[in-house]
Design a protein around this ligand. Structure first.
Ligand code: OSB
Ligand code: MG
Length: 383
């Protein structure tokens, strides 16, 4: 395709309730959408002008990973998008499948890279009228919805919150844990809702290997998995911890690429992998991780980063691939937002329907987008 312009649109969206994890409390989300305007091959091969959308999942502060919103905007504006225009200026064409290779000279910054690759992919698919789910190889038309439940001020409030989600139909509960909020909330949930409930926990790197004996107390509760108890770079230590407890080890923060996934599997550091397209550099790398895990018999599920309908649509498509055998953090828009920038995703019998339209299959509503926008920058070939 021929890139014409790229807009980086930052939004402000209040959360319906504070979301507390071991790394902090979020009261609002400030997603950055990427809007690509391009000329690409239409259904008959003739050029058509299209718009494509991407979403950058970086948080405001570098507390989940090293990337953060202002840094992602900066690297996109000053390095990544100019590299694409430079490639084009030298006669190269831009395709979703080659974006990562063109951007390879810039190290890391995977959330920023993912956002621009996603927008290019959406534009390319919209041009030829193909859905992202068909492109990626999804084999179902809906995915079971799981919900990530933050750390609460009290166990009573937690039970009430989980009760509400189960009443809405959520099919799997993930509890955020941290030292001081782990065994007791899990025990209370099991006691109240029984052993059949699909339950898992996520520590966001809040523990160390010295906590192994304590964490092994979770084993009696029949959890699906424990997600990222140790640090991002602690692959060997996760492997060691996995021998000290029976709850399946799942990695999130540590899986930054297909290479990291291959290492984690080889080291027995992960029995399960949480795949987040933003964290690994895009939907194409996410699919490669799915393929590697599947070839090794490792279960995967699709993580979330409080996405707007834009990212949620694409995550649902990815989660439709056959290796996604566990419910993901793919919830209704209302889990986080009173108002979404797209038509809201809703639960239908505990499932989220995968969009079938061209590209990601959804679009921001122009009025809501304008109302939520706090800043917008445009990058063109003129620089
Ligand atoms: O660790 O999975 C995580 C949200 C922000 C940052 C990290 C994580 C999360 C979630 C998922 O738990 C939230 C969602 O449903 O989008
Ligand atoms: Mg996680």
């Amino acid at each position: 395709m021929r890139l014409l312009s790229v807009d980086l649109i930052t939004l402000r969206m209040p959360l319906v309730s504070p979301f507390q994890t071991s790394f902090g409390t979020q009261n609002e989300r400030t997603p950055m959408l990427v809007r690509v305007h391009a000329e690409t091959a239409g259904p008959t091969g003739d050029p058509v002008e299209v718009i494509g959308w991407g979403e950058c999942v970086a948080l405001v502060d570098p507390v989940y990973s090293s990337e953060y919103l202002d840094g992602a905007r900066d690297v996109l504006t000053r390095f990544l998008i100019p590299l694409l225009f430079a490639h084009q200026g030298k006669g190269g064409t831009i395709t979703a499948e080659t974006v990562a290779e063109v951007l390879r000279p810039i190290v890391g910054n995977r959330m920023a890279k993912s956002a621009i690759e996603m927008a290019v992919l959406d534009a390319q698919l919209r041009g030829r009228g193909e859905s992202l789910s068909a492109y990626l190889g999804a084999t179902v038309d809906r995915v079971p919805a799981g919900v990530s439940v933050g750390i609460m001020p009290s166990v009573d409030q937690l039970l009430e919150t989980v009760d509400g989600y189960l009443a809405q139909g959520y099919r799997r509960i993930k509890l955020k844990i941290q030292p001081g909020w782990d065994i007791a909330p899990v025990a209370a949930i099991r006691q109240r809702f029984g052993d059949e409930l699909l339950l898992q926990v996520d520590a966001n790197a809040a523990y160390t290997l010295r906590d192994a004996v304590h964490l092994a107390r979770l084993d009696e509760f029949g959890l699906l998995l424990i997600e990222q108890p140790l640090g991002e770079e602690d692959l060997r230590q996760h492997s060691r911890l996995a021998t000290m407890m029976s709850t399946p080890m799942c990695l999130d923060e540590s899986i930054v690429s297909a290479e990291a996934a291959a290492d984690a599997i080889a080291l027995n550091a992960a029995a399960v992998i949480n795949i987040k397209p933003g964290r690994v550099g895009g939907y194409l790398e996410a699919r490669r991780i799915h393929d590697i895990a599947r070839a090794h018999g490792i279960a995967v599920w699709c993580g979330g980063m409080l996405e707007t309908g834009v990212g949620r649509a694409a995550n649902a498509a990815l989660a439709g691939l056959p290796g996604f055998t566990l419910p993901g953090d793919i919830s209704a828009s209302s889990r986080f937002f009173r108002e979404d920038v797209t038509e809201p995703f809703v639960l239908e019998d505990g499932y989220i329907r995968i969009p079938t339209g061209p590209g990601i299959g959804v679009e921001p509503d122009a009025d809501r987008l304008a109302a939520m926008t706090t800043s917008a920058v445009q990058v063109t070939s003129e620089g």
